[in-house]
Design a protein around this ligand. Structure first.
Ligand code: FES
Ligand code: FE
Length: 446
C-alpha cells in the first residue's frame, strides 16, 4: 500500500469534489489507486458471493472472486457456509479450478496437499514416508475469509474482521433489497454466467445505482427493435423520447456506506398486463412490502462497492475488478420456486433479454463503459475532471416515515456522487473504527 495515510486528505478527498460534482479521471485507470482500492475497499466491504440455494448440499462449492481475490465458498459437513482464499498454502497454486461442484476435500493438483471443507490441511504426500517432513498441519490450512454472513438467502463475506455486521453494513439498503427478496420464494437458476469487459469497475457500479438519464439514448436501439419482456410484452417504447422519460415519476434513495438506487412508481400498464408481475397480487407479499413499496415498479440498485441488484428482472450481477481496466461480471438469476414452470421459463427469458452476455441492455451499456475507460486513459485529457453534477444542490430528502429518507427525483446524478463520496471516505481512513465515525449519512438519518 502507498503512504496515503500520511496525507490522506490530499490524496483521495481532493479527487472527488461533491460540491461541484467533479471526479478526477485518474481514479479509473491509475494502477496504484487500483491497488489501494483492493486493500481499502475490497479488503473491507462486505462483498456478495452467491445465493444460498446454489449450495443446497454438504460439500457443494463455488469458485468466485472477492475483488481480485479468488475464493472458494462451500457448505461444510456441519452445514455451515465457509469461504477460503483459493490458493494452496504450499506454492500458492490455485486449488480449485472448477466453477462449481460437490466434493469432500479440495486436493491441490500440484503436489496433492489436501484440505477439508473447513479449510483444514488434512493430508499431504510424504508426511509418513519422507523422514524429514515436519509440517504442522494445524498451521497450514487455507486462508479463511474473516467473516461470512447471509441476508435473506444472499451470502456475503468480508476480509476485515473489524467490519460491522452485515445487517449494519446494509442498513437501510435492506428496505430496498426486500423489494426483490420478498417477491416470493426465490431460488437461483443453476449454472454459471460470467464474462469480462474492458472497463474500470466503477463505471458499471455508478450506472447501476441510478442512471435513468442514459435510458433513452444508450438503449434506444433496443427499444427500436421492440426489446420485450420474457412474456413477449414489448418494453416501454415511451422511453424513446427524453421528454417522455422525464414524465416518469420515481425517487432516488441513498443509504450509508455508499449504497443506493433509483426506483419508479408503478403504472397500471406496466404492472398488471404481464404474467411476470402476478406476484404483486399476492396479499402476503403486499403485507410484507407495505403499501408504499407495493407501489414501486422496479429499482436498479448498487450495494457498494460492486453488486448490481435489478428488482424488475430479478438478477444480481457482481462486477469484480481484475485490473484497473478489466472487470469480471458474474450473474445470479433468481426465479420463484413456487411459480409454474412456464412462468419460470418466462422469468429466465426476461432476465436474459435485459442483462448478462445475451442481454441487449448489457451490450448497450458495456460498449459505453469500455469507451469511457478508453477515454479517461487519454494522456492529453487526464487533468480535466469528469462532470457528475446534474442536480447538485438540489434533491431535498423526504422523511415521512413511509420509507428511509428519499429524494423525489428520478433523473439526477445524486447516486453517482454519493458513491464517489463513499469511495473517497473508504480510501481516506485507516480502519473500520474510523469509518464508522466519519462516513456520510443521508439527511434525516442519525
Ligand atoms: Fe499445492 Fe504444492 S502447490 S501442493
Ligand atoms: Fe443501461
Amino acid at each position: 500500500m502507498s503512504d496515503l495515510f500520511d496525507n490522506a486528505i490530499n490524496k483521495y478527498s481532493k479527487m472527488i469534489d461533491t460540491e461541484n460534482g467533479l471526479v478526477d479521471r485518474k481514479i479509473f485507470t491509475d494502477p496504484e489507486i487500483y491497488i489501494d482500492e483492493l486493500n481499502l475497499i475490497f479488503g473491507r466491504c462486505w462483498l456478495y458471493l452467491a445465493h444460498e440455494s446454489e449450495l443446497p448440499n454438504k460439500g457443494d462449492y463455488l469458485s468466485v472472486l472477492m475483488g481480485a481475490t479468488p475464493v472458494i465458498v462451500c457448505r461444510g459437513a456441519d452445514d455451515k457456509i465457509y469461504a477460503h482464499i483459493n490458493s494452496c498454502t504450499h506454492r500458492g497454486n490455485t486449488l480449485c479450478r472448477a466453477d462449481r461442484g460437490n466434493t469432500k476435500v479440495f486436493r491441490c493438483p500440484y503436489h496433492a496437499w489436501t484440505f477439508d471443507l473447513t479449510g483444514k490441511l488434512v493430508a499431504l504426500p510424504g508426511e509418513k514416508q519422507v523422514y524429514d517432513c515436519k509440517i504442522d498441519k494445524s498451521k497450514w490450512g487455507l486462508i479463511q475469509v474473516a467473516q461470512v454472513s447471509t441476508y435473506k438467502g444472499l451470502i456475503f463475506a468480508t476480509f476485515d474482521s473489524e467490519a460491522p455486521s452485515l445487517e449494519d453494513y446494509l442498513g437501510d439498503m435492506r428496505w430496498g433489497l426486500d423489494l426483490l427478496l420478498e417477491q416470493g420464494e426465490l431460488v437461483a437458476v443453476p449454472g454459471t454466467m460470467r464474462w469480462t469487459m474492458n472497463t474500470n469497475w466503477k463505471f458499471p457500479s455508478d450506472n447501476t445505482g441510478g442512471d435513468l438519464y442514459h435510458l433513452f439514448s444508450t438503449h434506444r436501439s433496443a427499444f427500436l427493435v421492440d426489446h420485450s419482456d420474457g412474456d413477449g410484452v414489448t418494453a416501454a417504447s415511451e422511453h424513446l423520447k427524453f421528454s417522455d422519460l422525464c414524465a416518469i415519476k420515481g425517487f432516488t434513495m441513498l443509504t450509508a456506506y455508499g449504497h443506493g438506487y433509483n426506483a419508479d412508481y408503478s403504472s397500471k400498464k406496466l404492472d398488471t398486463d404481464s404474467v411476470l408481475s402476478q406476484w404483486r397480487k399476492n396479499p402476503e407479499v403486499q403485507k410484507k412490502l407495505g403499501s408504499f413499496r407495493s407501489s414501486i415498479h422496479r429499482a436498479n440498485q448498487n450495494i457498494f462497492p460492486n453488486l448490481f441488484v435489478a428488482t424488475g428482472s430479478r438478477e444480481l450481477i457482481i462486477r469484480n475488478p481484475i485490473s484497473p481496466t478489466k472487470t469480471e461480471f458474474r450473474k445470479t438469476l433468481l426465479i420463484d420456486s413456487k411459480a409454474d414452470s412456464e412462468v419460470q421459463r418466462m422469468q429466465v427469458r426476461n432476465s436474459n433479454r435485459h442483462f448478462g452476455p445475451s442481454g441487449l441492455f448489457e451490450q448497450d451499456d458495456g460498449e459505453n463503459w469500455e469507451q469511457c475507460t478508453i477515454g479517461v486513459s487519454d494522456i492529453q485529457a487526464i487533468n480535466q475532471p469528469l462532470h457528475y453534477g446534474m442536480g447538485v444542490g438540489n434533491g431535498k430528502f423526504i422523511v415521512d416515515g413511509g420509507s428511509p429518507p428519499r429524494i423525489e427525483s428520478l433523473i439526477n446524478e445524486h447516486y453517482q456522487l454519493w458513491m464517489y463520496r463513499a469511495w473517497s471516505e473508504f480510501m481516506s481512513v485507516s480502519s473500520w473504527e474510523q469509518l464508522k465515525e466519519s462516513h456520510s449519512k443521508p439527511q434525516g438519518v442519525v
